[in-house]
Design a binder for this molecule. Structure first.
Ligand code: ADP
Length: 426
């Protein structure tokens, strides 16, 4: 029987027997009152025992009792026991998490919304020089590099920042911030010294090889041109061979020039000045038109007179590459639209062609070095596959983004988005 029914039956039986005894002795009211008082007293003392047990945290075994009170004690005891088990499991999980993050080779620091340190792992202590006592300190008081402070305060964490380690400036760190929860941020710092070293070796190698190839190629081209001039057309095989060899030498020269330009973009310090973009675009479009054997195809619309803070050679190269591609990858008689305009937040160069377009799956890859979309027609179009890589790098140096949209059979748009902070004339 349920303890509650048991309790109820016991109470009824008690009252019935007292009712009988009271009726027989003639003291019905008094005995009933007495019984009620006794029951009340027993319940009050049970409540007191219960309150005492619970106020002590309900620890250990519960007091010996019977009936519904035993059931109440038992249920609470059960809840507490399962709660204890849950807590133990949770504690174990947290401990395992702590141990795994402690073992991470990358530094991990949890920051609150005041940039104060909430928690840091062992690697953070080793490569960022943080200590146990730094908990609650503002991180910018401990890592004082201006670019790090700017990055932390910017609130835009899509790209990581590269810094020397505050402990040893031979160690190069890639620091990334990941916001989570309500106002919390996880800072991850990875030692990229080896990676950076390898990148420098690769850059130096490409730059040296490209540089060394320049002279032999010039000599080769010079001789080939002389031999071509001397060719009297007596042997058609020789004539086509000279033409082909010259073409391939020129292609290699372009490749070497593009590689050297890319290396320069990656390594050289920025030398910024205010550039008159409308004038630059007018010049590039005029040059583009002059190269076209067919009728004028370029339509330039200058809706903004904005000048941009940057490097003229880089921007000239980026815009020339984009315009060159638009002309190259569209039919001889189709229009290429060049538009310079601005919104509240950006200044935009949009280059639109009505060519064959780019397959959607290829768009993310065409800015990779040497990547060329593989179609029969395009194989015949000369190119190095480095043009868009140059565009991407040149734009990156100007905090600008390249947006590419294209539809097969309808054409492509290449839009360069410059942030308004680059605007330098009024
Ligand atoms: P390249 O033109 O020398 O091959 P790029 O890096 O300039 O190298 O371009 C990479 C590839 O992207 C090209 O091979 C071409 O397939 C594609 N592409 C670039 N611009 C356009 C465009 N306007 N229309 C169609 N395809 C294009």
């Amino acid at each position: 029987m349920h303890p509650w029914h048991q309790e109820f039956t016991r109470l009824i039986l008690l009252y019935l027997s007292v009712f009988l005894v009271g009726g027989l002795t003639g003291y019905l009211v008094q005995t009933l009152l007495l019984l009620t008082l006794i029951i009340l007293f027993i319940q009050l003392s049970q409540i007191r025992r219960f309150e005492k047990w619970i106020s002590q945290g309900g620890k250990g075994e519960y007091p010996k009792t019977s009936g519904i009170w035993e059931e109440i004690y038992y249920q609470i005891y059960r809840i507490k026991k399962s709660e204890k088990r849950r807590k133990k499991k949770l504690r174990k999980l947290i401990e395992q998490f702590r141990q795994s993050t402690e073992a991470l080779p990358d530094a991990a620091v949890v920051l609150d919304n005041n940039d104060e340190i909430e928690w840091a792992n062992k690697a953070a202590r080793q490569i960022l020089g943080l200590q146990q006592i730094d908990k609650g300190q503002r991180l910018i008081n401990l890592i004082r590099y201006p670019e790090f402070i700017r990055y932390l305060k910017s609130g835009s964490y899509s790209e990581p920042v590269i810094l020397p380690s505050p402990v040893n400036n031979c160690i190069i760190l890639e620091v990334r911030i990941i916001p989570y929860g309500s106002g919390l941020r996880l800072l991850l710092a990875q030692d990229v010294t080896q990676l950076k070293k390898m990148q420098t070796i690769r850059k130096d190698f490409v730059a040296n090889v490209s540089h060394e190839l320049r002279t032999p190629l010039t000599v080769l081209k010079g001789y080939l041109e002389t031999m071509k001039d001397m060719d009297d057309g007596g042997s058609p095989l020789l004539t086509t061979s000279f033409k082909e060899m010259l073409g391939q030498t020129e292609r290699m020269q372009h490749l070497v020039d593009d590689l050297l330009f890319l290396t320069r973009l990656e390594t050289q310090q920025k030398k910024q000045q205010c550039i008159d973009i409308p004038a630059l675009l007018s010049q590039i479009c005029k040059e583009g038109d002059a190269l076209e054997s067919a009728s004028r195809r370029i339509e330039l619309t200058l809706e903004s007179s904005a000048h941009i803070m940057g490097e003229e050679q880089d921007l000239r190269s980026a815009f020339t590459n984009l315009l060159g591609n638009a002309l190259k990858y569209s039919p001889d008689d189709s229009l290429v639209e060049v538009r310079w305009y601005q919104t509240e937040t950006e200044i935009i160069l949009a280059i639109k062609d009505y060519g064959e377009g780019i397959p959607e799956t290829e768009i993310p890859r065409i800015t990779e070095r040497f990547y060329r979309v593989d179609t029969k027609r395009r194989k015949k179009i000369p190119g190095t596959g480095l043009g868009l890589a140059i565009v991407k790098h040149a734009l990156m140096r100007h905090d600008a983004q390249l947006e590419i949209t294209s539809k097969m059979g309808e054409g492509s748009s290449f839009n360069c988005h410059f942030p308004i902070k680059r605007h330098c004339n009024d």
